[in-house]
Design a protein around this ligand. Structure first.
Ligand code: SF4
Length: 418
């Protein structure tokens, strides 16, 4: 029988031993499978030789949000999944290694000062995509003005539960914005290109809005959107002691909502319309939520939120699965006469998000996301988009990659038009 030994993954012994196990592959599959293309064998080699400063530079210059990714990256689906060492015994714990380096060194500036070229880029949205693009553009000599109505840092600084991502990690990633050539407009909302006249290029990188639950009772007091819930939970404002909470949805936002409700004292049930294996959440997050004591109910869909002056329960119908729909997952269809009620004081509909209808000047796809080509260019010349609003990706490291891609395309565009 295999014995599982729980180790302290932040101890130097663990880190050096993991670094020593790396095969330092030529053409490493881990780097290819990291969306930010961190030179993984390169930084591990520096750890082995004790040069943490060089390891830090390699990590942060490829991924400005490496501190955040050190906590929330789904490494088992990305870099670690392709680790060749996994064919021998266990894959190298890559995320833990880079997290150890960034935490040990704290914040360091990895951007060399450059002479500004006299052109200015507006970035709308200060999440991982927008901030990454800002840092890459300043490296290329372009001045950046970055706007965000919800504050700086996007989802990592406002919505990921503190139990999963300490705020110090995000703050270290954001710190790089404090430099000449980058101006931050915290709290400023921009909704159309006419407000951005005078800029040489524009990058749209703002966040998504929640989809509405279109059933009777969805506007009753006690129905709380996941964004509102997660933001208020980070600010320690909330207490759900003794409340019965139902979270509707099967994605990571549903799991995060359940996690914070449980932390704040509620009895929590997640209700999802398909089976667990079709849920769009990560296995590791599901296990954490399960261990936290959250209950799961599958193959159910809400038909009505019940209550007179506020939420008192949810009426569900049981579902069965039929052949795959356009998402590739089986279609969930209601079973006639199978309705039942679950009592609840709080309901959180975490059923997906879409891009808000700002910037009507650029084209969108049929789902409402902003259309971009392979370089991140929108239908309007000089306007680019990156991050969740393009409907691609959804993880922090993928947003970073899109920010890098857009910054590259903007520099190419401005270089041509000079
Ligand atoms: S950023 Fe994510 S995918 Fe890239 S090396 Fe780190 S954990 Fe792996």
């Amino acid at each position: 029988m295999k014995t599982i030994v729980l180790e302290n993954q932040k101890s130097p012994i663990f880190i050096y031993r993991e670094a020593d196990r790396c095969l330092l592959c030529y053409d490493p599959p881990c780097t290819r499978n990291c969306p930010a293309h961190i030179d993984i064998p390169g930084f591990i080699y520096h750890i082995r030789s004790g040069n943490f400063e060089a390891a830090y530079r390699k990590i942060k210059s490829a991924n400005p949000f490496a501190d955040t990714c050190g906590y929330v990256c789904p490494d088992e689906n990305l870099c670690q999944k392709e680790c060749i060492r996994g064919l021998i015994d266990e894959p190298i714990r890559i995320r833990e290694l880079h997290s150890y380096v960034t935490e040990t060194l704290g914040y360091r500036d990895v951007i060399e000062p450059v002479r500004l070229k006299g052109k200015k880029v507006a970035i709308v949205g200060a999440g991982p995509a927008g901030i990454t693009a800002a840092l890459k553009l300043i490296e290329s000599g372009y001045e950046v003005h970055i706007f965000d109505r919800n504050g700086i840092g996007g989802i990592p600084s406002a919505e990921i539960p503190l139990g999963r991502l300490p705020s110090e990690a995000v703050q270290r990633d954001i710190m790089a914005l404090k430099r000449p050539g980058i101006k931050v407009y915290d709290g400023k909302e921009i909704k159309s290109l006419t407000e951005l006249e005078g800029y040489d290029a524009v990058l749209l990188a703002f966040g998504l809005v929640e989809r509405d639950l279109k059933i009777p009772g969805a506007d009753l007091p006690g129905v709380i959107g996941p964004k509102e819930l997660l933001r208020s939970a980070r600010e320690e404002k909330t207490d759900f002691s003794g409340k019965r909470a139902v979270v509707i949805g099967g994605g990571n936002v549903a799991l995060d909502s359940a996690y914070v409700l449980k932390e704040k004292g509620a009895h929590v049930l997640i209700a999802y319309r398909r089976e667990l294996k079709y849920a769009p959440s990560w296995t590791k997050e599901r296990v954490l939520t399960f261990l936290k004591g959250v209950e799961f109910l599958y193959l159910v869909s809400p038909t009505e939120i019940l209550g007179r002056d506020r939420v008192e329960g949810v009426r569900f119908v049981r579902m069965r699965l039929e052949k795959a729909d356009e998402s590739g997952r089986p279609r969930a269809v209601p079973i006639e006469g199978s309705q039942f009620v679950i009592e609840a004081d709080v309901v959180v509909p975490a059923i997906g998000e879409t891009a808000p209808p700002y910037f009507p000047e650029v084209r969108r796809d049929e789902r409402g996301f902003i259309l971009v080509d392979e370089k991140g260019r929108t239908s309007k010349e000089g306007v680019f988009a990156a991050g969740d609003l393009t409907g691609e990706g959804g993880t922090v490291v993928e947003a970073v990659t899109q920010g890098k891609r857009a910054a590259h395309a903007i520099a190419e565009y401005l270089g041509r038009s000079s």
